[in-house]
Design a protein around this ligand. Structure first.
Ligand code: ZN
Length: 492
């Protein structure tokens, strides 16, 4: 119950208690009383609000608003009234704005309300803190040079920002320097956070702002092999993205919680540094029950390894690049067995391990080998987390999260099978954290769309609390990396 509603309840209780005392009056008194009551009734909500505003009486404003009908609120959601409300004390202003924001039709007015209510600038033009202007402009410049300049927010978009921020802890919103948008007419919802800088953007479809998750980021309903609907399904996509991107900033402000052993253990995440392509390829080989044809000789496995390492080094993200590397390595490295060229079908059947392959058949076999093919599909370019299902024949899943990261990641199959938030959760641990943050806070009731063990961990960290960790937050809120200049700012 809001403070305003409480006050109102108290008032009507007082009124009821005082009534019997007057009941001994004359008929004339009674008539006068009832006339007075009618007069009070005739004072419209609009008048009551304006009256209270003229006296800067915040609690009276909130009181009047909380008894208003939707039609009355709609009438009151004007620039003039709301500007006066924004001059009230913070508690009254917050309560009054929360009652009015859905009726506002002027996007710039709504933007100023989000700033007053949550301290978050929507769009770079709304940034007023001199300490933040250069940071936001730097990000704006990167985006423009990428060919995706900042665009103006639409009313629908800002309505969703307001609604979502009401569900998020203020200490987290305090991290944000600006929220931008680059596209308001795209078919789906997307976003990215410059998490160390406290800046992020969200792109959406202005015609379908309420669209719910139904298989875009999640496992499609038709293919629920493990019988678990992804818990992100049913949540509003735009709200999820507004919260997800902030989740990255929260992760960064707390020193990368997603990189701690405790977090990584839940889905069995492991890192496989790109600085050692040999070890990375070995991890890929180890993740398969059958990495190669069962009759591969030691020499053939050695050629396969050289091929895989070269593919990782050269980023063979498609089959054409893969084939060129396979052919080159076999040509350079492979000494054909003496009798290889004379091998025929019968020879292969009766002497499967003798003689080895000639180079043509080795090339053919490498193109079909699980470990070699997985290098191609494991690159971030091919979004392996959107495969729709666990890759078969693998005892762990392993892939690249982002091309600019210094490692690939692997996770245990069980993490996918036990029930997940989304497929996107498994891009890397940072995305898992952001999906956890978004799904926890956006769901109603909170946490109802978040599976275990992530839900319990989130609560154990106090990330679910709306208040109460200000001190902890205050020491962490200054991003160390902010002083770092240049670079992409760690966009993800
Ligand atoms: Zn993300």
């Amino acid at each position: 119950m809001s403070k305003a509603t409480e006050d109102k309840t108290k008032q009507s209780q007082n009124k009821a208690a005082s009534e019997p005392k007057n009941s001994s009056g004359t008929n004339a008194d009674m008539a006068a009383q009832s006339e007075t009551a009618e007069d009070t009734k005739k004072k419209t909500t609009e008048e009551a609000v304006k009256d209270a505003l003229s006296k800067s009486d915040g609690s009276a404003v909130v009181d009047a608003l909380s008894g208003a009908t939707a039609a009355e609120l709609k009438k009151l959601a004007t620039k003039d009234t709301i500007t006066k409300i924004m001059a009230l004390d913070k508690a009254s202003m917050d309560a009054a704005l929360d009652m009015l924001y859905t009726y506002v039709t002027d996007v710039n007015l709504l933007i100023s309300m989000v700033d007053a209510r949550f301290g978050v600038p929507i769009g770079s033009a709304a940034v007023s803190d001199p300490n933040d202007i250069s940071t936001v402009n730097m990000v704006k410049g990167w985006l423009a040079s990428d060919g995706t300049p900042e665009q103006a927010w639409t009313l629908n978009g800002v309505q969703h920002v307001y609604a979502t921020y009401m569900r998020l802890p203020q200490r987290d919103l305090d991290i944000i320097k600006a929220v931008l948008t680059l596209k308001t007419n795209q078919s789906s919802v997307s976003g990215a956070a410059y998490s160390q800088l406290g800046v992020y953007y969200v792109n959406y479809n202005n015609n379908k702002p309420n669209a719910k998750e139904n298989g875009g980021h999640t496992e499609s309903f038709a293919r629920l092999k493990y019988g678990k609907t992804d818990s992100r399904n049913g949540l509003v996509m735009l709200d999820m993205t507004i919260a997800h991107e902030l989740g990255h900033c929260v992760d960064a402000s707390r020193g990368m919680l997603s990189d701690t052993p405790e977090f990584m253990a839940m889905s069995g995440w492991q890192k496989h540094p790109k600085s050692s392509p040999e070890q990375l390829f070995e991890a890929i080989v180890d993740s398969f029950n059958d990495p190669y044809p069962s009759d591969f000789s030691a020499t053939e496995k050695d050629v396969a390894k050289k091929t895989g390492v070269e593919m990782i080094t050269q980023r063979a993200t498609d089959k054409a690049k893969r084939d060129a590397i396979i052919e080159k390595v076999v040509e350079d490295e492979y000494q054909e067995p003496e009798n290889a060229s004379s091998r025929n079908l019968l020879d292969k059947i009766f002497n499967p391990n003798s003689g080895g392959r000639n180079s043509a058949s080795l090339i053919k076999a490498l193109k079909k080998a699980n470990a070699i093919n997985h290098v191609v599909r494991g690159f971030a370019d091919n979004s392996p987390w959107y495969s729709g299902e666990l890759f078969s024949g693998m005892n762990r899943q392993i892939h690249e999260g982002y091309s600019w990261e210094d490692c690939w990641y692997s996770y245990k199959n069980e993490a996918w099978k036990r029930g997940k938030i989304s497929r996107y959760q498994f891009r890397n641990p940072k995305e898992e954290f952001a999906e956890l943050y978004g799904s926890y806070h956006v769901a109603d009731p909170k946490g109802s769309h978040t599976p275990e063990p992530l839900k319990s961990w989130f609560e154990s960290q106090g990330l679910d609390k709306m208040e109460g960790t200000e001190d902890k937050n205050a020491t962490n809120v200054t991003p160390k990396q902010e002083k770092t200049t240049g670079g992409g700012g760690g966009k993800f």
